[in-house]
Design a protein around this ligand. Sequence first.
Ligand SMILES: Nc1ncnc2c1ncn2[C@@H]1O[C@H](COP(=O)(O)OP(=O)(O)O)[C@@H](O)[C@H]1O
Ligand SMILES: [Mg+2]
Length: 351
Amino acid sequence: MPDNAAASLLMAVPMPLVLIGPDARIAAMNARARALFGADGTGRHHVTVLRQPALLDAIEAALGAGRTGEARYLDPSPGSEGAYRVTVAPVEAAGGVLVSFQDVTDLERATQMRRDFVANVSHELKTPLTALLGFIETLRGPARDDAAARERFLAIMQREAERMDRLVSDLLSLNRVESAERQRPTDPVALDELVASTVSALRPTAEAAGVELAVEGEAGERMVVPGDADQLTQVFANLIENGIKYGGAGGRVTARLTYSPRELAVRGPAVTVDVIDRGEGFDPIHIPRLTERFYRVDAHRSREKGGTGLGLAIAKHIVNRHRGRFRIESAPGQGATFTVTLPALHGEMMR
Ligand SMILES: Nc1ncnc2c1ncn2[C@@H]1O[C@H](COP(=O)(O)OP(=O)(O)O)[C@@H](O)[C@H]1O
Ligand SMILES: [Mg+2]
């Protein structure tokens, strides 16, 4: 193959490639490699460009002993988290070595997220378990004959066991929703009826917390969406419950339904449900992270209220599965509004 054909081949490969000649100088670099290293290093000694010890060792072994090797390379530019799996392979015809960089940033990020998730779950389960074990020990020992203490401890034990039960149920439903996310639900669901019955089911909880629940807005055929009724109930139950738990200071939580014939967010007719409270709200810096698993504005308060920190993560997946849109708005002292917009079954389509 003529030299310029080899060079243009190198240029066309969609990953950073560096060809090092037998004299240990860089013989060629493609555009991706130039972008990664910030300049064209052709003609320079490879050590002055590649710099990272593990990679240099692999290159030396390939140049000297003709051994293929691997190394990890971390993008040194400030603020970058780029990670590469680098293969260093002798190229017989050129007498040099080809260094190719496979981008593993996303892979490593996913692995890290999985690790964090396992750590979070373990921590959330460990806390109630530790409490349970402690009370069991006390009940078998010092409090064995103390009937009053036994009643009190059993009540706490029940609360902790229920917390673990809720956590496991939420984990299971998160798992179910995630694995079905690509498959869009099709059953017609009347959102006005669904929201009204969710509100009735939560009325006792609201009354106990001194909060009034209200449903406002439209009803009827236009409120029908293709959906999964159980999952949508789960979304609104969590949003209204959150409003009672964290926004209850405002004394009222409102669910407002609106139909719009042309909603840009879903490219067609849509039903929007706003769940609004006038409680203390939160700093908007939290908004992008609120739908992450276990993210809470105030973790202590959430645990005290029996929360798992998974409700909004589940809600977001369910809305995604319905091809809808989930938005959060809040400001300190201004309450919070959680908005679910779902494609409607009936109405005018967008061109
Ligand atoms: N209406 C609200 N007002 C203020 N903060 C809220 C509201 N809804 C949710 N939050 C915050 O978002 C967090 C995550 O909510 P969620 O995922 O449902 O978890 P949980 O209810 O189990 O704590 C809550 O812990 C709380 O900090
Ligand atoms: Mg919740």
